[in-house]
Design a protein around this ligand. Structure first.
Ligand code: PLP
Length: 402
């Protein structure tokens, strides 16, 4: 018997690296240092007033008790309507599970389907939580490097080569955290063709950033392109990013009845239903006025353009234009090998990130955490003047290197 009282399952995983970077930035701030925190992955806007009002009404109406485990009928219907209206996907309400955030939907899906050693294909760079969630569910994350030359996207050949008899899932996140890369209809068609030849592979689409996309780019869904994949695809989404509702914790999954049923059973024996008041707010978010989405995306786009100009003007840094999401994934290979004024050589993106934080108080996250180095991720979910100040401090830090 193991001498540790912590399970082997949990010993395989680590806390989120973006929280670690944020913790260090907060510690320096407490010490009185001026910090520009560009770590956070959440909108800086308040939840729109009409959504907050719907929550208040729900409280006044006494909607403060347990709801159905899988979600209120109103919210599940609103999700079915949304998937039809926005994505061209048809589901019955019984194929929808409301969860406490999209994160919980993804975790539940892995917990409900993975056996020891089952492989999950994760294109890298990836959202930091994916590999650890797979590990926590006793699966094996298989990361597939998607370099900048390929616009940070998975190619059909790569996918074909990576599939083994143990492959349980392919995870697609478009637009992506951290790169903002999004797949075109033709690229999705080509990936779908590979999946059609591998009927044992399930597909999870993490669509959490689907509305945050720029330059009028459309957002095809792989299932609308290839409906034959619908009996093995789990669509994951939520209201956190689109409606500035990160704290409300409402996500959802839609998919085949057996997978949704298993996830619902697991949820019934773990967290139970998502918060009743938040569910009422999410109904309003999905069914109500959508102007906030347009306005906020416009603001993110202005920030993206302005930061891209500033960062690409710094010798040693370069950044590809993201199609969506609210991050910039900045290539810092040009800084490696340089020396700080304190005489420390920068050997990795982690060294670069620590140098930016300690010298100029700019907090960003090392690309190593997202599975592709040397880069750093900078969130643009912050006011433009703060972002401009951040870029100018980065320029000062870089100019001081030898
Ligand atoms: N998926 C991706 C790619 C994310 O970046 C995040 C949050 O950062 C989530 C899922 C989780 O979203 P939620 O707040 O709904 O749990």
């Amino acid at each position: 018997m193991s001498t540790s009282r912590i399970s082997a399952r949990v010993q395989r995983i680590k806390p989120s690296p973006s929280s670690a970077a944020s913790d260090r930035a907060n510690e320096l701030r407490r010490q009185g240092k001026s910090i520009i925190n560009l770590v956070v992955g959440e909108p800086d806007f308040d939840t729109p007033a009409h959504i907050r009002a719907a929550a208040c009404t729900a409280i006044e109406r006494g909607e403060t008790r347990y709801t159905a485990n899988a979600g209120t009928p109103q919210l599940r219907q609103a999700i079915v309507d949304k998937l039809q209206r926005e994505n061209g996907l048809s589901y019955a309400t019984s194929q929808v599970l409301v969860t406490s955030g999209a994160k919980s939907a993804i975790f539940n899906a892995f917990a409900a389907t993975l056996g020891a050693g089952d492989e999950v294909l994760i294109p890298a760079p990836y959202w930091v939580s994916y590999p650890d969630m797979v590990l926590a569910c006793e699966g094996e994350p298989v990361t597939l490097a998607c370099p900048e030359e390929n616009a940070f996207k998975l190619t059909p050949a790569q996918l074909r080569d990576a599939i083994t008899p143990r492959t349980r899932w392919l995870l697609l996140n478009s637009p992506s955290n951290p790169t903002g890369a999004s797949y075109s209809a033709a690229e999705l068609r080509a990936l779908a063709d590979v999946l059609l030849d591998a009927p044992h592979v399930l597909l999870m689409t993490d669509d959490i950033y689907e509305h945050i996309r720029y330059d009028g780019l459309d957002n095809p869904h792989i299932l609308a392109i290839e409906p034959a994949l619908s009996d093995r695809t789990l669509v994951v989404n939520g209201v956190s990013k689109t409606y500035a509702m990160t704290g409300w914790r409402i996500g959802y999954a839609a998919g085949p009845a057996d997978v949704i049923g298993a996830m619902a059973t697991l949820q019934s024996q773990s967290t139970s239903n998502a918060c009743s008041v938040s569910q009422a707010a999410a109904v309003e978010a999905l069914n109500g006025d959508q102007q906030f989405v347009k306005d906020s995306v416009q603001v993110y786009q202005e920030r993206r353009d302005s930061c891209l100009d500033l960062l690409n003007g710094i010798d040693g840094l370069s950044c590809r234009k993201p199609d969506g999401a609210f991050y910039l994934y900045v290539n810092c290979s040009g800084l490696l090998g340089k020396t700080t004024p304190q005489g420390k050589r920068l050997d990795s993106d982690y060294d670069v990130v620590m140098y930016l934080l300690e010298s100029q108080g700019v907090a960003v996250v090392a690309g190593t955490a997202y599975g592709l180095a040397p880069f750093f991720r900078m969130s643009i979910a912050t006011a433009l003047d703060t972002l401009e100040q951040g870029c100018s401090r980065i320029a000062t830090a870089v100019a001081a290197l030898n």
